[in-house]
Design a protein around this ligand. Structure first.
Ligand code: NDP
Length: 291
């Protein structure tokens, strides 16, 4: 039976470090604060928001939620976003995307202060991920995969990793983060020929395709590690991953569940990035409060 790689265990492992860092910053006069910007009330945004609020509350980190009506004009949306962006008490900003069709997210990608861009939406932070420069912020989900692999002490240096999905949200940045850990990454996509065979050669298979249960037992060799990033509607009111869990579990060495895997780590990474942003604010000229 495969080892179950539970996200909550990783989040719990990160918890005390995050609490200590938050307290350290508060003692220095900075109260770390994340602003969540939500347009409308999409159920998946609300679910993520509830999870983030709970996680941040458990860590004692402040969160402000800005709810912008779905009917907002582009101008009103950008004005409100700019206000949050300019608020010195806010250190990190998470904007739920995609935005409603009536709004364009491109202008805010240019507008957001790179120092507050804790989920890596602006070009400057994306470039840093690709350059292997960790002075910016890696996107939360790809970083959560790395945190999970490290927590379970799964060797990355020299490992053959087949990564399914090449989006800018998950696949490409994750490939760069894994490369930085000295893994050999094969980035697969919908045009990859003989995908099961490519995956079968890998020590680690990461599925980030958004295609329910597409990774079957034929994709994994005995002992392989399977990381499922996918979140899909299971057609029965619940969610499922990109991996056909039961058959993959029987064939592999270790596997993440969905729910309860990678998704449970992302809000801890968001907290980690928020604290990093607050610390960087403190180090900037004029960032240290008087007294
Ligand atoms: P996208 O739809 O943007 O990208 C999917 C990628 O997978 C594309 O590169 C696509 O290839 C590839 N792909 C799709 N189907 C197949 C297939 N059958 N075989 C091989 N490759 C395939 O999705 P995202 O990257 O945004 O998200 C991926 C998954 O991760 C989704 O399920 C999403 O819900 C989930 N997710 C989970 C998060 C979490 O916190 N756990 C956060 C963010 C996303 P091509 O480029 O050729 O089209």
């Amino acid at each position: 039976m495969a080892e179950l790689l539970k996200g909550m265990e990783v989040a719990n492992g990160m918890k005390q470090r995050l609490i200590d860092k938050n307290n350290e910053l508060i003692a220095k006069g900075v109260v770390p604060c994340l602003a969540i910007v939500r347009v409308g009330g999409r159920p998946d945004d609300l679910a993520y928001e509830r999870g983030a609020l709970k996680r941040f509350e458990g860590l004692g980190i402040r969160v402000k939620v800005a709810e912008i009506p779905e009917s907002a004009t582009q101008e009103a949306f950008e004005r409100e976003f700019s206000e949050i962006n300019g608020d010195p008490s806010v250190h990190g900003i998470l904007l739920f995307r995609p935005l409603p069709k009536s709004l364009d997210e491109e202008p805010v990608k240019k507008l957001i202060d790179p120092e507050k861009d804790v989920d890596c939406m602006c070009a400057a932070n994306i470039a840093k991920v690709f350059m292997g420069d960790d002075s910016g912020y890696a996107p939360c989900t790809p970083q959560a995969v790395v945190e999970l692999l490290k927590h379970y002490e799964i060797p990355l240096a020299g490992a053959q990793i087949a990564l399914i999905g090449r989006s800018m949200v998950v696949g490409k940045p994750l490939a760069m983060l894994l490369l930085k850990e000295n893994a050999t990454v094969t980035l697969c996509h919908s045009k990859t020929v003989n995908l099961p065979e490519v995956c079968q050669r890998a020590d680690i298979v990461v599925a980030a395709a958004g295609s329910a249960k597409m990774v079957t037992k034929d994709f994994v060799r005995p002992g392989a590690v399977v990381i499922d990033v996918g979140i899909n509607d299971d057609g029965a009111g619940g969610i499922c991953g990109d991996v056909a869990f039961d058959e993959a579990e029987a064939a592999c060495g270790a596997i993440t569940p969905v729910p309860g895997g990678v998704g449970s780590v992302t809000t801890s990474v968001l907290a980690m990035n928020t604290l990093k942003a607050a610390e960087r604010a403190l180090l900037r000229p004029g960032g240290r409060p008087e007294g």
